[in-house]
Design a binder for this molecule. Structure first.
Ligand code: T4K
Length: 360
């Protein structure tokens, strides 16, 4: 038995395969500025995802930032309170106001009826999150956006390798922003990308990431430094061929958890289509926060460290200044726990984790 066990570990290609990419960097001396490895990674991701534009950036957060900027958004952006703090922060960072709407009790994603109820004359966009990779109600959200003339930016940080009706979920919305952080199913250490089918938006995001320069190095926009390095892109290129086996291994672990945990009456699970999901997280919901805390104590005593993604609900975080209670999201945030899930996690440890939870 390995200890300690953390909530995740990065999936990494064999080191010698990554070293081959590093060698090309050492040979060329090109470390950054949209070099050959970033260009190749973008091409490979475009073909992998079957999308016209995948603009690689320095993080999922910078991808969200660039998406908001590319659309010149201002005013209110409706989003979910059940998400990582980056989602809400980036909206404020870009000069807009996040307006939190409640989530659906089964999917844990924004409830379309709650989105519609939150629309005001100041609303400019909807920023839903496919939380833990579970797709949002994309059609319903599109219909609302069209009715009210709003942009839809998906925070698709968790959604690499999620399919929806045979297509990558990253094709949803005006722009989807995905994270390639070390803790994600596909990683470039730090990194992210904007996916869009709009040529003009893709070009604008490319300019933003490089100080607003165009190809001739004329300053044509107000940009910043959101560049992905060649070192990150090389890691992405090395990791990309392993996505299928990584996903299969995660699915086997997820299924093993479910087999042991399903009989426990005090637990609930996120609902999704098993064949289109990416198995990026193993979230479980307890009937009470007391039981969740008891389970954490039991697990920690055995050096197992699950995580309370995403606690607390963002509408209760003071800097967002939101007074309205959002009971479904707050309840889920109080009672959800993400269990360890990564390639290499020993099935014996999965069993042990489940026993400790059952004891709680
Ligand atoms: N939107 C959503 C919905 C998101 O969830 C996120 C990020 C974003 C936007 C923004 O995307 P990025 O800008 O980050 O690309 C992690 C990640 O930093 C973050 O990417 C992720 N979501 C968030 C949910 O979780 P922590 O606070 O869990 O990191 P940490 O250091 O506690 O790591 C957790 C465990 O992972 C450790 O116990 C051990 C393991 N680990 C971690 C790292 C960093 C490793 O084994 N190796 C590593 O290099 O934040």
């Amino acid at each position: 038995m390995t200890r300690p066990i953390y909530v995740t570990r990065p999936s990494l290609a064999p080191l010698d395969e990554y070293v081959e990419y590093l060698r090309t960097i050492w040979d060329s001396g090109v470390m950054t500025h949209h070099g050959p490895l970033v260009q190749r990674l973008e091409k490979e991701l475009q073909s992998h995802l079957d999308v016209p534009h995948c603009v690689c950036l320095s993080s999922g957060t910078s991808a969200l930032s660039a998406a908001l900027r590319a659309l010149d958004l201002e005013g209110e952006v409706i989003t979910t309170p059940f998400t990582f703090v980056a989602t809400g922060n980036v909206i404020r960072w870009e000069g807009c106001s996040p307006v939190f709407a409640d989530v659906d009790p089964d999917t844990w994603n924004l409830d379309p009826a709650a989105i519609e109820a939150a629309i005001t004359p100041r609303t400019s966009a909807i920023m839903p999150v496919h939380v833990f990779g579970r797709p949002c109600e994309v059609e319903a959200i599109d219909a609302i956006a069209q009715r009210h003339g709003l942009a839809v930016i998906y925070d698709a940080a968790h959604a690499m390798r999620v399919m929806r009706r045979g297509r990558s979920l990253l094709t949803a919305g005006t722009i989807s922003a995905v994270s390639f952080h070390a803790t994600k199913v596909f990683n470039t250490a730090e990194g992210g990308a904007c996916i869009t089918s709009d040529d003009a938006l893709a070009d604008r995001i490319r300019r933003f990431r490089f100080f607003g320069y165009d190809a001739a190095k004329d300053i044509v926009d107000e940009g910043t430094n959101f560049k992905m390095t060649e070192v990150s892109a090389g890691l992405g290129l090395a990791n990309l061929p392993y996505l299928e086996p990584v996903q299969q291994a995660r699915r086997a672990l997820y299924d093993a958890y479910l087999e042991h945990l399903r009989p426990l009456e005090f637990l609930r699970f996120q609902q999704f289509d098993a064949d289109e999901y990416n198995y990026s997280y193993m979230p479980i919901v307890f009937d009470t926060e007391e039981r969740l805390l008891a389970a954490i104590t039991q697990l920690n005593a055995d050096q197992i460290f699950p995580r309370r993604y995403f606690y607390p609900a963002l509408n209760t975080v003071p800097h967002f200044g939101c007074d309205a209670p959002l009971p479904v999201a707050e309840r889920i945030a109080q009672t959800v726990l993400c269990l360890p899930l990564y390639v290499g996690l020993d099935p014996v440890d999965v069993e042990r984790i489940c026993e400790l939870i059952a004891d709680a």
